[in-house]
Design a protein around this ligand. Structure first.
Ligand code: CUA
Length: 161
């Protein structure tokens, strides 16, 4: 029988509790809060997006309550085919949205307020995420990766009616 000093035993128990807490938090984030990683669905040449999934940025309706939003992030805007300083799309409550996005130049962020969407848009990679909007409101899409002097202007809006 190995002798373990009393203090050492306390530390081992404390570490066990902390590690157990981390694992529980990880399991809860996946099982209860539905946190998912971004799916990288393809690699592309960021300078030639014309024959890719994001060739035509914009919102398309796939069925009654399902939409796809194709986005090209670039310095310093989210291009989804809507003109203006702060592009906006409008959805009905209960709509599901598949976001297919990439970057044309540098790494941008794609974060949707109050929803489980938090992607890094890396040039050369197409990323995909699904999200459902159950509550009416105004949700901003924010670039959360510093991408240059116009970074703070990279905002778009999803309005849920
Ligand atoms: Cu794009 Cu910060």
């Amino acid at each position: 029988m190995i002798h373990i000093h009393r203090l050492e035993r306390y530390w081992m128990i404390a570490i066990g509790i902390v590690m157990g807490g981390f694992v529980a938090a990880l399991v809860a984030s996946v099982m209860i809060y539905g946190v998912r990683l971004t799916t990288p669905v393809g690699r592309v040449d960021p300078t030639h997006l014309e024959n890719t999934d994001v060739a035509t940025p914009g919102l398309t309706q796939d069925s009654a309550h399902a939409y796809t939003l194709r986005v090209v992030a670039q310095m310093w805007q989210f291009n989804f085919g809507v003109k203006g300083q702060m592009p906006k799309i409008t959805l009905q409550r209960g709509s599901s949205l598949k976001i297919v996005a990439t970057s044309k130049d540098v790494t941008h962020g794609f974060y949707v307020e109050q929803h489980n969407v938090n992607m890094m848009l890396v040039p050369g990679q197409i990323s995909e995420m699904d999200v459902v909007f159950n509550k009416p409101g105004i949700y901003h899409i924010i670039c959360h990766e510093y991408c240059g002097p116009g970074h703070q202007n990279m905002v778009a809006v999803i309005e849920v009616l």
